[in-house]
Design a binder for this molecule. Structure first.
Ligand code: KE4
Length: 444
């Protein structure tokens, strides 16, 4: 028995290895073969301290780890699993399509069907190009905007995440208006210098940036509902303001709806808000769990893409038949009447349960939710930007994460992520979760 772990309160971490010992052993091996033992950093549980479990299978609202522990999953593989995990309709469609070939590198029918669905669901998208990830989609949209405007600078907002392409891995520099600084090693300062990073919801900062160098700004890219710093909502009129000022300066307005697209309604945030961006980026839901991304918008801009125009963009597996048929099937399921209303009702049930609990306990909190996206913050500050997100009690979050995991509830392993609901989350799942949260709060 590791008495020092017991003595200095590492028991929970220690017991974690006891809770899923097979995962713990496998993680040791993984770390020798894969940097940090993971193929994407957030999976390493570093934001909550401790070791991740390894999943064995997933079905509906639940996942099971290799030690046989089962959890209600509030991440849904970061968005794709909007129907729940392993929906039979998607599995069967992929199975049938696979019999005809796994990949062609040749135009196929499913690409056209997907393009037809996206352009009919999202009116601002006149033409669309498929990619294999959200990163590729946003990276390509930025390059396209630069090629179309023949300008180099871009604006992004602090706290918004658009994938890991160099121009977008940039934090607010000292002089936020002048240039950004690399947010990762390996991003040349000269690249970061072309990216202006501003506080979200800050009209004054945006106006100043455009007044200073508006005629050099190729694109302004944002998550219209930022969901990579918890869930932040735009203040009334902010999105309309961005639409107006970008139009005034000939800057391409890009909505990164990789997270929100097809999740918050058929036309995502742009449908909810009635704002028409010039380009939009998508991913996750339209792949049904298979690798996918997409970007699209005004034909006048999209036609600058090769082979028509001078902006090069390509991908061996772009439009892959399995990813296409998985996404198409998923969208058809969402098209069925009441799907989005049901997702919203599930979210409302969770929200009312959690809010009643935290009010009863007298714990400062904020609960932001739109449809099936939600985030609980341990702060009484209004959440308007990244700075306000940082006021939350991170230690409280960490304790709650582990206490909930012990009770079979898997929430995002970071206070900077958002929760995802699916059509597979039942009322019993939600009620069980709220009860588990009440018991967890009693322990931490
Ligand atoms: P991918 O390259 O991971 O497919 O997509 C990048 C991306 C782009 N835009 C938005 C708004 C996104 O949320 C993402 C990726 N989302 C994260 C979840 N916060 C993926 C999880 C991970 O990095 O492992």
């Amino acid at each position: 028995m590791n008495f020092s772990a017991l003595r200095n309160g590492e028991m929970r971490q220690y017991s974690r290895a006891m809770r899923y010992p097979t995962s713990s052993k496998l993680f040791q091996t993984a770390k020798q073969l894969i940097p940090g033992g993971v193929n994407s950093p957030v999976r390493a549980f570093r934001n909550v301290g401790g070791e991740p479990f390894f999943v064995r299978r997933a079905k509906g609202s639940r996942i099971e780890d290799i030690d046989g522990n089962s959890y209600i999953d509030y991440i849904g593989t970061w968005g794709p699993a909007i129907l729940g995990h392993a929906p039979m309709s998607v599995i069967n469609a992929v199975h049938e399509a696979a019999k005809n070939g796994l990949s062609f590198g040749i135009p196929n029918v499913l690409e056209v069907e997907m393009a037809q669905m996206i352009t009919s669901w999202v009116p601002s998208v006149e033409k669309v190009r498929m990619t294999n990830s959200g990163t590729e989609a946003t990276m390509s949209a930025i390059r396209l905007a630069r090629g179309y405007t023949k300008r180099d600078k871009i604006i992004k907002f602090d706290g918004c995440y658009h994938g890991h392409s160099d121009s977008l891995l940039v934090a607010a520099g000292s002089g936020a208006l002048t240039h950004g600084e690399p947010d990762s090693a390996g991003v040349p300062a000269v690249f970061a210098a072309q990216t202006i990073v501003l506080p979200f919801n800050d009209r004054e900062a945006v106006s100043q940036a455009f007044a200073t160098c508006g005629d050099e700004i190729a694109a302004l890219i944002l998550e219209p509902y930022p969901a990579n710093a918890g869930l932040i909502l735009p203040q009334p009129g902010f999105l309309a303001f961005l639409r107006e000022i970008t139009a005034q300066y000939g800057t391409v307005l890009i909505f990164d709806e990789v997270m929100t697209g097809f999740r918050l309604g058929k036309a995502g945030v742009q449908g909810l808000e009635g704002i028409t961006p010039d380009l939009s980026c998508f991913g996750k839901v339209i792949g049904g769990g298979l690798p996918v991304g997409a970007f699209g918008g005004k034909a006048e801009i999209m036609d600058y893409l090769a082979p028509l125009g001078p902006v090069y963009q390509a991908g061996t597996l772009s439009g892959n038949p399995l990813a296409m048929v998985a996404g198409i099937t998923q969208l058809h399921e969402l098209e069925k009447s009441g799907a989005y209303e049901t997702l919203d009702a599930i979210g409302a049930r969770l929200q009312s349960g959690v809010e009643a609990l935290f009010l009863k306990k007298g714990i400062p909190f904020r609960f932001n939710r739109v449809g099936s996206l939600f985030c609980l913050f341990f702060t009484d500050q209004e959440i308007i930007n990244l700075e306000s997100v940082k006021t939350q009690d991170m230690e409280m979050f960490r304790k709650l994460f582990w206490a909930l995991l012990d009770k079979g509830i898997y929430i995002a392993p970071s206070p900077y992520e958002t929760g995802f609901l699916s059509l597979a989350h039942s009322n019993d799942d939600i009620d069980f979760t709220v009860d588990a949260m009440e018991s967890a709060l009693g322990e931490i």
